[in-house]
Design a protein around this ligand. Sequence first.
Ligand code: NCD
Length: 337
Amino acid sequence: MRRHLLALQQLDAAEITRLLDLAQRVLGGPPRSEALRDHAIATLFYEPSTRTEISFELASARLGATAVRCDVTRSSIQKGESLVDTVQTLEALGAQAIVIRHPSAGAPHLASRWVRCAIINAGDGMHEHPTQGLLDLLTVRQHRGRIAGLNVAIVGDVLHSRVARSAVWGFTALGAHVTLVGPPTLLPAWPSADDRFPRAPQVTMTSSLAKGLEHADVVMALRMQRERQEHGYVPSLGEYTGRYAITSSALATARPDVLLLHPGPMNLGVEVSADAAYGPQSGIHAQVTNGVAVRMAVLLWALGDADTPDRGAARRDAPNELPVRDHAVAEIVRTVG
Ligand code: NCD
């Protein structure tokens, strides 16, 4: 069985919780397993990345799979090959999963219609970044023990942020309240305007940082996307920083045990100050570490084989755990559990 991970919007609370539980178990387990031995995972990144791409590669290695990087700058994409041709080629070469980052929203969805292998969205335009959303949730759950009932403030360039979109879906699915904070030009219309958005009451927006932080248990600072700022969304980066930067004194206005998150890469001194980013309330380093475990969990989830004989045995091994649907998950539950 192959499953695509295209968006957190598509997962319900139970499925998200299962993935988080599996990632947590992986973290407590041995550094390496053979759960995905003989599997090839291709990474196909049309945009730069450090932590996301490397963590998928490390996650593959830790599961015994081979990760192959398709270098967009040196591949046939430079000769005009289409996305569909490229993913079909990677599949024909033997990839069981393709991890895609693309500047266009919907690119992984398109790819998923043309291949049988699993497609995992590693960030598509301004749409979603589901594995980032999962690692944000895992980091908060580790620090606070729960997600339900928490107030999460997402601060900055929400308009352009796929990280924010996945976070909104993930946190609201698990019962948190989200406040989007930023200058009016960088706040989206979607929570109120989109009638497909079923959890709108759990999302509010404000342009006042003081209001946004007032009851916050979690503050997520977003990167100011300099590549998109030439359109005059803010008068200047300096003005943005003066009003919205997350500093340790800004954090002091939130709940006393507030947790600071940032997806990286950070513009230190722009949207977040060094004293906050490296201070005691920061979970930013933990987010990066959790990225490997989350991506291991997602690969196991995506590459399950529902009909393997291991299935029943695995269920008996871990009766109250994941609904074990495949030998890969079964293997990791056995090894880690
Ligand atoms: C983000 C991305 O590329 O979506 N980074 C990440 O994956 N951790 C955020 C960003 O670029 O601002």
